[in-house]
Design a protein around this ligand. Structure first.
Ligand SMILES: [Zn+2]
Length: 134
């Protein structure tokens, strides 16, 4: 009956069912790693989306929507914004590593650069096609 007094502090291991401490990170009976509730969620979202590096986020979204500029010349300003914001985001990420967002910034620079070029070629092509028509 000695287990009753500290039962509030204990829970069954999800793998082997043995009674273990709620605060335990590893089950001492089977060695299974246990993640305490609410602790593992904060890191993953904070690392994936660089909230503290707005230029990198702007670059990322403009870089994605730059794909439109490949087909529709009206969207050509988007790749320009993506590249400019991407360079700003990279500088910010270098100066303050904790803000992250380097990957997002690079997607903006590369995506924006490529789509900008393709968009320009498409635009020039459309213009030449229109001019060459009788
Ligand atoms: Zn266990």
């Amino acid at each position: 009956m000695s287990t009753i007094e500290d039962s509030d502090d204990r829970q069954p291991c999800p793998v082997c069912g043995e009674s273990i401490k709620k605060s335990a990170k590893v089950c001492r009976h089977c060695g299974e790693k246990l993640t305490p509730k609410g602790e593992s969620q904060g890191d993953s979202t904070g690392g994936l989306i660089p909230y503290k590096n707005p230029p990198a986020l702007i670059a990322y979204y403009c870089g994605l929507f730059s794909l439109l500029a490949c087909l529709i010349p009206i969207f050509l300003p988007l790749p320009v914004v993506a590249v400019v914001a991407g360079i700003k985001g990279l500088k910010k990420a270098k100066a303050e590593p904790q803000v992250k967002g380097q990957v997002h910034a690079w997607i903006g620079v590369i995506g924006g650069g490529l789509c900008g070029l393709v968009g320009l070629v498409t635009t020039v092509g459309i213009v030449i096609a229109l001019l060459s028509k009788p």
